[in-house]
Design a protein around this ligand. Structure first.
Ligand code: SF4
Ligand code: SF4
Length: 381
């Protein structure tokens, strides 16, 4: 089965990430060495900066997919990150080997996207973001071709009719046209960048669409295939659709999807552990990754929204990364993890999917507890 248990495009889960020649600078090599020491020693204080920097260029989106936290939240924060924050991000940008430009909204909805993208690309880091594809205009394609490393386009259905039902918008043909234009531009420029993948949110009511998305990835010549993540329930009506409530259905769907992907030569990656898929035991994000929200607040990840580490609007990034809150997060992570880590659905730590599979009747209560705790901060496209 063509399953990549790591996330090929983003963070390396439980594996040590080896810095590659394309992103190597002296500063990054030094940073990587310090990071590896602190990561291996599980030191709560660290001399290194994160190797993965996730910049949330906007909290806004032009869509409202019914399964997204933006649709569930009656008053979602609707802000773009100000380009005035770019200079404040420079120390972190210089050390990061990978910079991702998404978090809680649709990156291309930001009027400042170009500024953030060009600032990230100028550092020589790998760059990546996920988009819903609707705003991938010829102008944006021109900006991205041969500059952006990876691009992920969100499709939870492989045909127009199902897409409209699942995403609540009749945008399938427009998005496919946009991606096809990008492919033509890449070919005209003789480049493989940005390398493409499709991202699929697996829920009980979307599992039947996965084969269609795998076929679409083949049609759109997505070298990175399809990445499957799992629905996080942002309101109670979605609880029936999450994987823990139908483990057998998910197991069968995974097996069928794996066989189809193999037969078509399409890489298929499960973003988090799922029933029948072995989990990577330990999350590395407290050492390797930082998430900067649109308002400048810094977190370890999108799931740890209840534990801000500080704001780059008032404090230098380096001081935040080794400040009281960040050290406290790592200390807790190593001893008595916060609720977000215990019920995490975003990394390849022991996930709720695997955890809940053994809990039977308790799982409903636990998912509601996680919802009420505010652990889930948002998803992005
Ligand atoms: S919430 Fe999840 S991704 Fe974030 S640090 Fe905890 S285990 Fe890792
Ligand atoms: S899932 Fe993505 S495209 Fe859909 S509303 Fe949320 S951020 Fe927008």
């Amino acid at each position: 089965m063509a399953v990549d248990r790591g996330n090929r495009l983003g963070h390396g889960g439980g594996r040590a990430v080896v810095i590659d020649a394309a992103t190597a600078t002296e500063a990054r090599m030094h940073n990587r060495a310090a990071l590896e020491r602190d990561r291996v020693e599980r030191s709560s204080e660290t001399r290194a900066l994160p190797s993965l920097l996730q910049i949330d260029v906007t909290g806004r989106c032009n869509m409202r997919c019914p399964f997204c936290y933006l649709a569930a939240d009656a008053k979602p924060a609707l802000r773009h990150m100000s380009p005035r924050l770019i200079p404040l991000l420079h120390p972190a940008l210089a050390a990061a080997e990978t910079v991702t430009l998404y978090g809680t909204g649709e990156p291309l909805a930001s009027p400042h996207f170009d500024d953030f993208f060009l600032a990230a690309a100028a550092t020589g880091a790998r760059t990546y973001f996920t988009t819903n594809g609707t705003l991938l205009s010829p102008r944006v394609c021109d900006l991205l071709v041969n500059r952006l490393t990876y691009l992920s386009v969100s499709f939870s259905a492989g045909d127009a009719e199902t897409f409209a039902r699942v995403h609540g918008h009749d945008y399938f043909d427009r998005i496919v046209r946009n991606v096809e234009h990008l492919i033509r531009e890449k070919e005209a420029s003789g480049t493989s960048h940005p390398r493409l993948r499709l991202s699929f949110v697996a829920a009980r009511n979307t599992l039947g669409n996965l084969p269609g998305v795998i076929r679409l990835a083949e049609r759109l010549r997505c070298s990175e295939g399809v990445a499957v993540s799992y629905l996080v329930a942002y309101d109670e009506k979605e609880l029936a659709n999450i994987a823990p409530n139908a483990p057998e259905e998910f197991r069968e769907a995974h097996a069928a999807a794996g066989a189809l992907a193999d037969s078509l030569g399409v890489p298929l990656a499960f973003k988090a552990a799922a029933p029948g898929v072995e989990a990577v035991p330990t999350c590395q994000r407290p050492w390797e990754a930082a998430f900067v929200r649109y308002d400048g607040d810094v977190f370890i990840c999108t799931e740890s929204a209840q534990h801000p580490l500080g704001s780059i609007t008032t404090t230098d990034f380096q001081d935040i990364w080794n400040g009281e809150a960040a050290v406290g997060f790592r200390t807790a992570f190593l001893s008595e993890p916060y609720l977000c880590c215990r019920y995490c659905n975003q990394c390849q730590n022991k996930t709720s999917v695997e955890r809940y599979a053994h809990l039977g009747g308790e799982l409903w209560v636990r998912e509601v507890t996680r919802l009420e705790s505010g652990c889930a901060s948002g998803g992005g496209a």
